[in-house]
Design a protein around this ligand. Structure first.
Ligand code: FMN
Length: 205
């Protein structure tokens, strides 16, 4: 399917009922690529994903989710953050790449170097910007799914710690959200939204 960005944004809905039809590997790769290309603060790219497809894998997280449609989906992305992206050494690597690519000046890079950055992953406190970065990546995935004729639903109503344990993830990884994906078996009307005037605080010219 080839639809415009505008159409994808307008037609995306949270889908909570899926067909029992497998998603092709090619489409799943398109969705992963949409996440990979997302922008992030200092290009740290802190997002990581676990893709659950088999019934056995999805069953592992069943006890942690509140809404059964999540594990009934043909594919579930477990969307995570990696604390290692915030360790000084890795931040510096990303900075060097950006300086080489002429994205930021040496002076701006120096300003960031001066900040107190954690040396050890154990000392990392995940910054708020990480959740922005992951949010962009996950929404890219949701929009790509729409463009491919698939449906998805952001899910935060689940026990993150339980999913972390059930999947045996390492301590550097923080589970944040789930994104079940599949062919939609419902076509919901647009959900209520605030009006344009309610969201614009001020327009200056
Ligand atoms: C960060 C986030 C968390 C959400 N968590 C859940 C959830 O746990 N369960 C659920 O059914 N929907 C969840 N949703 C979907 C919202 O309910 C949905 O986006 C909203 O009602 C608007 O509907 P629409 O996505 O169809 O436009 C979540 C959405 C976002 C962005």
């Amino acid at each position: 399917m080839n639809i415009s960005c505008h159409e994808a944004i307008k037609s995306r809905r949270s889908i909570r009922k899926f067909e029992c039809r497998n998603i092709s590997t090619e489409d799943l790769e398109h969705i992963i690529e949409a996440a990979r290309l997302a922008p992030s603060g200092t290009n740290r790219q802190p997002w990581r994903f676990v893709l659950l497809i088999s019934k056995e894998e999805k069953e592992k997280i069943a006890g942690a989710v509140v809404q059964p449609f999540v594990v009934a989906a043909p594919a579930v992305f477990v969307c995570c953050l990696d604390r290692r992206a915030y360790v000084r050494q890795l931040v510096e690597e990303r900075m060097k790449e950006l300086v080489q690519a002429d994205v930021i000046s040496v002076e701006a890079a120096g300003y960031i170097y001066q900040r107190k950055l954690p040396e050890q992953v154990e000392d990392v406190v995940i910054p708020a910007s990480a959740y922005l970065d992951l949010g962009i990546a996950v929404e890219n995935m949701a929009l790509m799914a729409t463009a491919l004729g698939l449906g998805s639903c952001w899910v935060r109503l689940f026990n993150q710690q339980q999913v972390h344990e059930a999947l045996g993830l390492s301590p550097e990884i923080e589970v944040v959200a789930l994104l079940p994906i599949g062919y939609p078996m419902q076509s919901p009307s647009p959900r209520p939204r605030l009006s344009r005037d309610e969201i614009i605080i001020k327009l200056s010219n």
